[in-house]
Write a new protein. Structure first.
Length: 286
């Protein structure tokens, strides 16, 4: 993988989507982020780092928990995401929140700067996530905690999306994707260390952590309609898929998804999809 190209592409995609990210009538990242903060349980006065913070799904719940004597730093490779999060921080009067543009694969902080490191659907997407996680261990104080979320990967489901989408997205629509975005390549990259909790535990232990906990929970993804979900999917990681499809295939997939997802709704009610999420927590080895 050409990591510089990969990072530039990811940053460009999220810069373009920042203004509408997680703001199109779909609930998912916000409740997942709040739940991750609950599991990490930062306390009063603690210092928290959120890697790939986006618009603040973890940042602001963490700031509430650490209180006026604590500190929350959010970093993201996409400058526009940091700008949007900063606007939200200003509106909230969140004076303990510090937001910075930074490459999460190479965090630039002094040793023992934080008590908690968070990464909701973020750290796992770094080009070499296991190596990057090892760089976060020295940033934690003794007894410090790492907590992140991941999709629940399996060999028989489409990577990153709820299982229902495995049948909704025809594989032939994806043949034009670059090699690194092909489902088989994605499965090879992520399933090798994230699918099996035992592999995940070994990876974190090698990176300098202990007391690893892997818990799968269901998060309800709620959208106003199939169209709302498809529009929202252009503002998050799936935007990378949309960007690589030809106009014809993009149109085909859009129409197929809207029709199929609306068929899953209960009358005029919202679309609700139970989405398995893996919550991983660990403490730094001292």
């Amino acid at each position: 993988m050409d990591t510089s190209t990969y990072k530039s592409e990811v940053a460009a995609a999220f810069n373009s989507a920042a203004a509408s990210y997680d703001r199109l009538g779909v609930e998912f990242f916000t409740p997942m982020g709040r739940r991750l903060v609950e599991r990490a349980a930062p306390g009063e006065g603690e210092r928290v780092l959120d890697v790939g913070c986006g618009r603040g799904a973890c940042v602001f719940p963490a700031a509430e928990r650490v209180g006026p004597d604590g500190r929350v730093v959010g970093i993201d490779v996409a400058e526009a995401m940091i700008e949007e999060a900063a606007k939200e921080a200003s509106l909230r009067g969140a004076t303990t929140v510090d937001l910075r543009v930074m490459d999460g694969e190479h965090p630039d902080f002094a040793p023992r700067s934080f008590d908690v490191v968070l990464g909701s659907y973020s750290v796992i997407f770094l080009p070499d996530a296991p190596a990057a996680l090892a760089r976060y261990a020295p940033l934690l104080s003794p007894g410090g905690r790492l907590a992140f979320t991941s999709p629940v990967f399996s060999d028989d489901t489409f990577p990153f999306l709820p299982p229902v989408f495995t049948e909704l997205i025809p594989r032939e629509l994806l043949l034009d994707l670059p090699p690194q975005w092909q489902p088989e390549r994605l499965q090879q990259r992520f399933n090798s260390w994230l699918a099996d909790p035992a592999d995940l535990t070994r990876t974190l232990e090698k990176a300098g952590f202990q007391e690893v906990s892997v818990v799968d929970e269901s998060v309800q993804l709620v959208a106003e309609s199939g169209r709302a979900w498809v529009d929202w999917s252009h503002t998050q990681g799936m935007r990378l898929l949309w960007n690589h499809l030809s106009d014809d295939k993009r149109r085909q997939l859009r129409e197929r998804l809207i029709t199929s997802l609306d068929a899953m709704r209960d009358g005029d009610g919202p679309l609700t999809i139970d989405t398995p999420v893996r919550y991983v927590t660990a403490t730094v080895r001292t």
